[in-house]
Design a protein around this ligand. Structure first.
Ligand SMILES: [Cu+2]
Length: 421
């Protein structure tokens, strides 16, 4: 049925009238009902339902369709009366392009001004500054390109809109322009990629400073938690084997390895400021992503594979509280891979403290090796309570071993409880 026929169709017109009458009566009845009960309706659940927004969208579509049809009717009427075009659609489209450009660019500005303030605070690690630098350079370059290309795109659509007395100019090719828009982005991208490559190398291929050896800390991810293991007085995190996982040996630590004997567990990750930290990252079940946003540290933890990330924290938690003007500020470990239904719960607090505070804290951490585990591994049982460093003495050679971790205070060694084999 052609549109003209549709408009003059009496049945359709009658149906439209009936529909309008029904809709308005219904609305009036509802209004009256509301007034009678005089109870305000709680619209909260309505605004939260998807159906509400779907209906709203359909209503908007209907509104646009009605406006479109009305305009079409107007134009057809003019046409049948032999009058010239009523609406210059080319001009309307051209102007809409300019409006869209203005609104869009304002949106970009708003994003930068409002959401820009919500970005992470200053990087709290050495390499983090380089990552931020790269991020900023990329952002500035892409913003310039974005604004220029969009100005060109939308303004061309406006200035060169269709006009009756203008004929399109056929311009198929220009070698100079082709060269410019090939070579310039190629150079810019090469520089960006090289910057990324060199930064990556400087983060992952470090030359160890013998006077400032990294503190090793093992992090094990599982659905849905992070387990932290400190190396104890010997500075070496002991071996681990999934075959040794039992009800009480949740990480599968191999206590046959003497380096495991003094390992400690902790509820939070505490790091001394200015000291390199070597994270040993593993996973028990699925792939998780170890993410410490404030330090710009992120690496997947993969089952059956050990990954390492070395970095140096540069700002203590207390300093960051002052810098961000937020007394409740906390560094965090989070999981940035959707690893299951409770993925969002994978959080652990991180605290960056001075070396002295760290020494004091680490001495108080509990050893992994409990008496139950000692029985399981046929190791001599010790009298409770046991100090963190005590377990190191189980191995007779431990007393003769010089601790490679120079930061563990010498006095902890004197605190060791003698254990009879
Ligand atoms: Cu996860």
């Amino acid at each position: 049925m052609s549109l003209r026929k549709l408009i003059v169709n009496k049945t359709m017109a009658a149906l439209a009238v009936l529909f309008t009458a029904f809709a308005s009566t219904n609305a009036l009845a509802q209004e009256a009902g509301t007034a009678a009960t005089a109870k305000p309706i709680d619209m909260g659940p309505v605004y939260q339902s998807t159906l509400f927004y779907v209906l709203l969208f359909l209503l908007l579509c209907l509104f646009i369709a009605i406006v479109g049809k009305a305009l079409k009717v107007y134009e057809l009427t003019r046409e049948t009366q032999g009058k010239a075009d009523g609406i210059n659609w080319n001009l309307v489209n051209g102007v809409l392009f300019v409006v869209f450009l203005a609104v869009g660019l304002y949106g970009v500005y708003w994003e930068y001004a409002v959401h820009g303030k919500m970005i992470l605070p200053e990087a709290a690690s050495e390499h983090g500054k380089k990552i931020d630098e790269m991020f900023n350079v990329t952002l500035i370059l892409t913003t310039i390109v974005f604004v220029l290309t969009h100005l060109a795109l939308f303004l061309f659509a406006y200035f060169y809109r269709g006009q009756k007395d203008r004929k399109a100019y056929y311009y198929p090719h220009n070698n100079l322009i082709e060269k410019i828009w090939t070579i310039v982005p190629a150079i810019a991208l090469t520089i960006l990629v090289l910057m990324g490559f060199l930064t990556w190398r400087s983060i992952f291929y470090k030359i160890e400073d013998p006077n400032n050896k990294p503190l090793s800390v093992e992090i094990t991810s599982s659905q849905f938690q992070w387990d932290i293991r400190y190396p104890g007085a010997d500075g070496v995190v002991g071996l681990k084997n999934y075959k040794k996982i039992t009800a009480i040996n949740n990480l599968g630590i191999d206590f046959g390895d003497k380096n495991s004997l003094d390992d400690q567990t902790a509820d939070e990750l505490v790091l001394p400021v200015g000291k390199p930290v070597r994270l040993i990252l593993t996973s028990k079940d699925v792939i998780h992503s170890f993410y410490m946003p404030h330090f710009r540290v992120q690496l997947n933890t993969v089952p059956g594979m050990t990954s390492y990330f070395e970095f140096t924290p540069t700002i203590t938690s207390e300093q960051m509280k002052a810098k961000t003007n937020d007394p409740s500020f906390k560094y965090l470990i989070i999981c940035s891979k959707i690893c299951g239904d409770s993925h969002y719960k994978m959080q652990k607090p991180v605290r960056v403290v001075t070396q002295a505070e760290y020494n004091e804290w680490v001495a108080k951490q509990v050893p992994y090796l409990t008496n139950d585990l000692r029985k399981e591994f046929h190791l001599p049982v010790v009298a409770e309570p046991v100090s963190a460093a005590a377990t190191a003495a189980t191995d007779s050679t431990a007393a003769n071993t010089v601790s490679p971790n120079s930061d563990v205070p010498a006095k902890t060694a004197t605190k060791q409880t003698a254990i009879k084999k």
